[in-house]
Design a protein around this ligand. Structure first.
Ligand SMILES: Cc1ncc(COP(=O)(O)O)c(C=O)c1O
Length: 395
């Protein structure tokens, strides 16, 4: 960015200025066209400017934008019913972002024990490599030191243990533990899907110890991983889970979702946010869910995600720079031997936008309507920028 920018320079910004989007395509201010395989970081799951969501937003803009959560908001009630139904859960609290949805989850877990169960439980156990947001509580929950630098003192009540070590969780649980909080695929941390057996062991441990299981589905939810929520694919049933990013196709919104028995912990006045579930946000959420239902997008993401994964594995097989291709649905990581930032720029020069997850992992996040042809195009560009750096011996 230019020196004259009036913004705090909190982002290492790519100089590209994107000004128009349609479906899988974006255009910059010079008229160049790009195939979008990052979807605004797992947000524009229906592609850019999806018509039904846009139409519903326009209709709502002409009717009513905002009242207040002091009143009944019929659209919010409708959005909550639809979300609870597809999420296979009972109660919803709407907010505005992923971090805020995780804050709500942490608060609900503490309040459930302290107000309903009468137990002094407050500690949340999280996993190394996790990412839960940038507020003080959620960055403390995050299992990566880089987000914590310079922000001391951090709030108390969080413990991080290494992932894929059930004994570490067991040993960390004590009389003050309220919950274990996990991502089904550690996305920002490098696209690491949890092993199914490990995830099920965590669930069982939480049941045995009488503590809550919280799943952060901010990046993995809303069809991204080939199911409405990634934990549906794992066969586990968290007490609380969170969602944001894809929930309203790019309109800012988030939600915390929970089981019926937690309702009595969040009583009037216990938690609030001005903009949560406004008529506008709720319209975007309803239209997003309806579109996903009509077009069976979670199933589509599972099938096309398998295709993308298989094609990448085939095409990159034997390349010494590529250590692993992994992921779930349309959240795919290519772990490389060295940092990938220059590959991201090389892809961009060839008209493909993608992003990294940590220094060495290429992350692909196309929208859920991505076509087979676009998948093949992207695989070709990703493979060619990798092979330019390190050729495949037999290629
Ligand atoms: C798993 C996860 N949790 C929480 C967040 C934070 O969401 P937000 O940036 O909307 O606050 C993110 C954002 O990348 C995320 O991937």
């Amino acid at each position: 960015m230019t020196e004259e920018s009036a913004l705090f320079q909190t982002y290492a910004r790519n100089p590209l200025a994107l000004v128009k989007g349609e479906g899988s395509w974006l255009w910059d201010d010079q008229g160049n066209k790009y195939l979008d395989f990052m979807s605004g970081l797992a947000v524009t799951n229906l592609g850019h400017a999806p018509k039904k969501v846009g139409d519903k937003l326009k209709e709502q803009i002409d009717t009513l934008w905002h009242t207040s959560n002091l009143f009944v908001i019929p659209k919010q009630e409708e959005a909550a019913k639809k979300l609870a139904e597809v999420a296979q859960a009972d109660a919803v609290f709407f907010c505005n972002s992923g971090a805020e949805s995780n804050e709500a989850a942490i608060k609900l877990a503490r309040r459930y024990f302290q107000k309903v169960k009468g137990e002094e439980r407050y500690e949340i156990i999280t996993l190394g490599k996790s990412f839960h947001g940038r507020t003080l509580a959620t960055l403390t929950a995050t299992g990566q030191d880089k987000v914590k630098e310079g922000f001391l003192p951090l709030p108390a009540g969080f413990v991080t243990v290494p992932p894929h070590d059930i004994t570490a969780i067991e040993q960390a649980i004590n009389e003050h533990t309220a919950a274990v909080m996990i991502e089904m695929v550690q996305a920002e941390g490098g696209v690491y899907p949890l092993d199914q057996a490990y995830a099920q062991q965590i669930e069982q441990l939480c049941r045995d110890k009488g503590i809550l299981l919280i799943v952060d589905e901010v990046q993995t939810g809303m069809g991204r991983t080939g199911a409405w929520f990634a934990h549906h694919r794992y066969g586990i049933k968290p007490d609380i889970f969170t969602v944001a990013k894809g929930i309203a196709s790019g309109f800012p919104a988030g939600a915390m979702i929970g089981r019926a028995y937690l309702k009595e912990a969040f009583t009037a006045g216990s938690h609030a946010t001005t903009f949560g579930g406004t008529p506008l946000a709720s319209s975007a959420i309803i239209a997003t869910i309806e579109t996903m239902q009509e077009d069976r997008l979670p199933e589509r993401a599972a099938a096309i995600g398998d295709l993308l994964m298989n094609k990448l594995r085939e095409r990159l097989h034997g390349n010494p720079f590529v250590k692993e291709v992994r992921g779930l649905g349309l959240l795919i990581g290519i772990e490389c031997a060295e940092p990938v930032s220059e590959l991201v720029m090389a892809g961009q020069r060839r008209g493909l936008l993608f992003v990294s997850a940590g220094p060495n992992v290429i992350r692909l996040l196309p929208n859920l309507y991505v076509t087979e042809e676009q998948v093949m195009q992207a695989v070709e560009i990703v493979a060619s920028v990798i092979e330019e750096k390190v050729p495949t011996p037999s290629a």
